[in-house]
Design a binder for this molecule. Structure first.
Ligand SMILES: Nc1nc2c([nH]c(=O)n2[C@H]2C[C@H](O)[C@@H](COP(=O)(O)OP(=O)(O)OP(=O)(O)O)O2)c(=O)[nH]1
Length: 134
C-alpha cells in the first residue's frame, strides 16, 4: 500500500511560528503540533497544507518548502513538516485545536509538542532566524 502523507505547517509570520494544541483524538489531545492534515488522493502536499490551514484556522497561507525529516506516524501514514507563510487572515482554532500560540525563537520549547514535531524544532528555529521580526 502507498503511504499516505500528512503535512504539518510551520506557519511563520513576523518572526514567530504558530503552534496549535490538539483537542482530539484522546491519544494526542492537549499536545501541540503544526496544524495540517492528510493529503487527499490527487492532492500535492502543498495543496493539502493550504486547504487544511484554511479549514482548521480560517487563514490563507502558502506552503513554501519541506523542512528536513519525515516520520512514520503509523503504518501507511508519513508526516512531513513544511514551512508556510501567512497570506491573509488571523488564525482561529476552528477545528481540531482548542488553543493557538505564536512562538518566537526563544519560546519554541515552551509547549508540549508531539514527539515528531519536537525533532523539527531546530529547523524551525533556523527558519525564524532568517525572518525579520518587524
Ligand atoms: N496535523 C498534524 N498531525 C500530526 C503532527 N505531528 C504528528 O505526529 N501528527 C499526527 C497526529 C495524527 O495521528 C496524524 C494526523 O492526523 P490529522 O488528524 O491531523 O489529519 P486530518 O485532519 O486529515 O484527519 P482526518 O480528519 O482525516 O482524521 O499525524 C503535526 O504536526 N500536524
Amino acid at each position: 500500500m502507498e503511504n499516505r502523507i500528512v503535512v504539518g505547517g510551520a506557519l511563520v509570520h513576523q518572526g514567530r511560528v504558530l503552534a496549535a494544541r490538539r483537542s482530539a483524538p484522546a491519544e494526542v489531545a492537549g499536545r501541540w503540533e503544526f496544524p495540517g492534515g492528510k493529503a487527499e488522493p490527487g492532492e500535492t502536499p502543498q495543496q493539502a497544507l493550504e486547504r487544511e490551514l484554511h479549514e482548521e484556522l480560517g487563514v490563507r497561507a502558502r506552503a513554501l518548502a519541506p523542512l528536513p525529516g519525515e516520520w512514520l506516524v503509523r503504518p501507511g501514514l508519513v508526516l512531513r513538516i513544511w514551512a508556510a507563510e501567512l497570506l491573509a487572515g488571523e488564525p482561529h482554532p476552528l477545528q481540531d485545536h482548542d488553543e493557538l500560540r505564536w512562538l518566537g525563537p526563544a519560546e519554541l520549547a515552551e509547549v508540549d509538542w508531539l514527539e515528531h514535531d519536537r525533532e523539527v524544532l531546530p529547523a524551525v528555529a533556523a527558519l525564524l532566524a532568517d525572518v525579520p521580526t518587524g
